[in-house]
Design a protein around this ligand. Structure first.
Ligand code: GDP
Ligand code: MG
Length: 729
């Protein structure tokens, strides 16, 4: 008989959820996003023996309290879509920790089936689990699985279908005792909630009361919207918190956690789990003795992170060169095919150069993601977060903020777009926000050519050292600004570092490759579409309005006069044909350059640059620099190219920026304080447009706009300070 039910696949990160999902659904998968946010939504279907199960892959979570986006999404799918059954993938080698989530499903009341995954490793570790006993005590079907081999998956689906059918649509929440104090408050709150029908269309009454005690922000918010009772409930929760403080020097959340683990332990001790023999050599523990050692740990960490950086750039150099060559060839080809004019200018300068510069980074992104994904799946990233947590906490951040910082360019050469996306691993929305806003301060790959240009022009003797200080400055800026934000606009208590260290586990090649490709493809798609639009816009701003016909004619005439003059000179001094050609080319190029500058002054971008000159001159910037900085809003690479154009040199290749550097160095306008001010400004001012879009997607447009304005104001203030003080010394 055909049964069509919907099952939600849930579990802690690293429990084997994705592996099981793939084993169950094979190629019948759809990947998308939850509306409005970037948490990935995967769906698929399982078919076998006349069973048909629609499967939703929930984000990996440790709890169902709204600490993080993942947890919120998981919960919302459960209450809004009401799947017929939750299939919880449990890492059986860490049964106690995994059951913490299971207990929360039971408290919510959803029909549940447990898959005890990693059973192969359980046996190796000398742990014995009495599955039948566990099932009996929890009153939930339990199936043993090895997701990597697809073992147990059919039994699991059969159990899910049976459980769904048996449960019907009613949810039967489990009630755990939380000790006399909490239980009393819970009882009072539950009674009030039930009487008022407060949010009870979605959640069980006692569960709502629990969330009030845990201070679950989403529930508090929903509650305030519903009204009347919410204030009273918040007061009751506050009083309970006071009581806890007085009696136990702790808060309700901690007590609730303790009792949940107590409940789990009492079950495990009733003959469910026996550790037969303490394994003589637990590799994870041994490894951690070295890898998270007080002194060695951080050293190894910096070594590994530096290695990632080195490997990425060493390996990435070649494919990046090929891509550059390809886009160069493409540009040349179109220059030949298309007649001179606006269309050619748009296609070559606008589209191919603009999109090409971003696509050029794809090999780097791919390699970096590959290495980072490997370390994540291995379980190492959790250790990095663990080690740096204490330092970051001082600045209002979290151990898990480290990776976003590094990816954004904490080791120069990253990119803030994947960096901001990497902040998803943060559980607390506030720490996540602070990370998202400060990550773009890092020295991303696009800022590097700008700094190389400026440092090369002015600090030729100490290039490496100055670059090193710029990098340190970026870290300092990120940490200090975060501290400032966490004291002011993003105030809130730090979240505990609850992530337990998972055992090291060698990931499969296929898993790493798939994951890497998914991430890279997202980058290509996003950057490709957005950058294309920017490239066209920017090109237009630097091209329109065009010089009036009269002025163009003047330049034309000047060229004719020059050609004639050159011809006469050549005749008089008897120059050879080659010498004459060369002279003519030089003279015409000089006129072209002046025409270019005039056109730029006349364009929208040029006018903007001149319009803000009175303000920007406080920081020591001239109008050409202003255009470059405006261009830098679109993408920081643009600063170099725009400076080049503005200095009438046309396109500037960052590697060969010697010409431009020399020109800038020779410009009396550029004093040392002015250059320092410019470096500081470029380091700190508004993130590039793609990053802003990414920030908006990861947080909200409001915060993206905030960082745009705040960073620019901060950068301007510091630049003015440095320039004004420096000029007076
Ligand atoms: P997720 O984070 O829950 O999606 O976990 P994954 O599916 O990515 O799996 C994490 C790691 O555990 C991967 O390296 C898998 O290959 C591995 N894994 C998954 N299931 C099993 C299993 O049953 N036994 C063993 N030994 N490893 C597994
Ligand atoms: Mg996964």
């Amino acid at each position: 008989m055909a049964a069509n039910i919907t099952a939600a696949l849930a579990g802690n990160p690293n429990s084997g959820k994705t592996t099981m999902f793939n084993a169950l659904t094979g190629s019948r998968q759809r990947v998308g996003n939850y509306p409005g946010i970037t948490v990935e939504r995967k769906e698929g279907s399982y078919r076998n023996n006349g069973l048909e199960v629609q499967i939703i892959d929930l984000p990996g979570t440790y709890s169902l309290t709204a600490y993080s986006l993942e947890e919120l999404v998981a919960r919302q799918v459960l209450v809004e879509e009401r799947p017929d059954v939750v299939v919880h993938i449990v890492d059986a080698t860490a049964l106690e920790r995994s059951l913490y989530l299971a207990v929360q499903f039971l408290e919510l009341g959803v029909p549940l089936v447990l898959a005890l995954n990693m059973m192969d490793e359980v046996k190796k570790k000398g742990i014995r689990i009495n599955t039948a006993r566990l099932s009996q005590l929890l009153q939930v079907p339990v199936v043993e699985t090895v997701a990597r081999q697809g073992r147990g998956k059919d039994q699991l689906m059969q159990a899910a279908v049976d459980q769904a059918r048996q449960a019907g649509s009613g949810w039967k929440p489990l009630e755990i005792s939380y000790g006399p104090h909490i239980d009393r408050v819970l009882g009072q709150m539950t009674a009030r909630i039930e009487a008022a029908g407060f949010l009870t269309d979605r959640y069980p009454a006692r569960w709502i009361a629990l969330k009030y005690l845990e201070g679950d922000e989403k529930i508090l918010e929903d509650g305030r919207r519903v009204g009347s009772l919410s204030e009273e409930l918040e007061q009751m929760a506050a009083k309970a918190a006071e009581l806890c403080e007085k009696h136990f020097h702790t808060y309700p959340e901690a007590i609730i956690t303790d009792y949940r683990y107590g409940y789990i332990n009492s079950i495990l001790k009733q003959g469910v789990m026996v550790v037969e023999a303490r394994p003589s050599f637990d590799q994870s523990d041994q490894l951690d003795k070295v890898l998270t050692h007080k002194v060695l740990g951080p050293l190894i960490m910096f070594g590994i992170l530096y290695g990632i950086f080195q490997l990425t750039f060493t390996l990435g150099e070649y494919p990046m060169g090929w891509l550059e060559a390809f886009f160069g060839w493409l540009g040349d080809t179109f220059t030949r095919i298309l007649p001179e004019g606006l269309l050619r200018s748009l296609v070559v300068s606008g589209i191919i150069d603009g999109v090409g510069s971003v696509m050029g980074f794809v090999p780097l992104i791919l390699i970096m993601f590959l290495l980072v994904t490997f370390l994540e799946d291995l379980g190492y990233m959790a250790r990095v977060a663990y080690m740096l947590d204490r330092v970051f906490r001082l600045f209002g951040l979290h151990g898990a903020s480290v990776m976003p910082f590094i990816i954004s360019g904490g080791l120069p050469g990253g990119c803030a777009v994947p960096g901001v996306m990497a902040a998803r691993t943060l559980r607390s929305p506030r720490e996540r926000l602070a990370t998202i806003i400060t990550a773009p301060f890092q020295v991303c790959g696009a800022k590097i050519p700008v700094f190389i240009l400026l440092v090369g022009a002015f600090f030729k003797q100490n290039q490496a050292l100055v670059m090193f200080w710029i990098t340190l400055g970026a870290w300092a800026a990120a940490l200090l600004v975060s501290r400032l934000l966490r004291w002011t606009v993003i105030r809130g208590a730090p979240t505990p570092f609850v992530m337990e260290l998972p055992p090291y586990r060698l990931p499969t090649l296929r898993g790493v490759l798939t994951h890497t490709w998914e991430r890279t493809w997202q980058y290509i798609k996003k950057a490709g579409t957005v950058i294309l639009a920017i490239a066209i816009l920017l090109w237009a701003a630097m091209t329109f309005p065009q010089l009036p016909a009269g002025q163009v004619a003047q330049f034309q005439q000047e060229k004719q006069v020059t050609a004639q003059a050159v011809a006469e000179t050549a005749a008089r001094f008897g120059l050879s044909e080659a010498e004459k050609e060369k002279l003519l080319r030089e003279k015409l190029a000089a006129i072209d350059a002046r025409q270019g500058e005039a056109a730029l002054r006349h364009s929208l971008a040029g006018r903007l640059g001149q319009a803000i000159a009175p303000v920007m001159s406080w920081a020591g910037f001239n109008w050409q620099t202003n255009i470059a900085l405006i261009g830098g809003f679109a993408a920081k690479e643009v600063i170099v190219a725009t400076l080049g154009t503005a200095y009438s040199l046309g396109e500037v290749d960052p590697e060969e920026a010697g010409g431009l550097a020399a020109r800038i160095a020779a410009d009396p306008h550029w004093t040392t304080p002015a250059i320092l001010a410019l470096i500081i400004f470029v380091l700190l001012y508004a993130p590039c447009f793609v990053t802003v879009v990414a920030m908006a997607r990861e947080s909200s447009w409001k915060w993206a706009a905030f960082s745009l304005i705040f960073n620019t104001v901060l950068a301007y203030g510091l630049a003015v300070l440095v320039y004004q003080v420096g000029s007076r010394l």
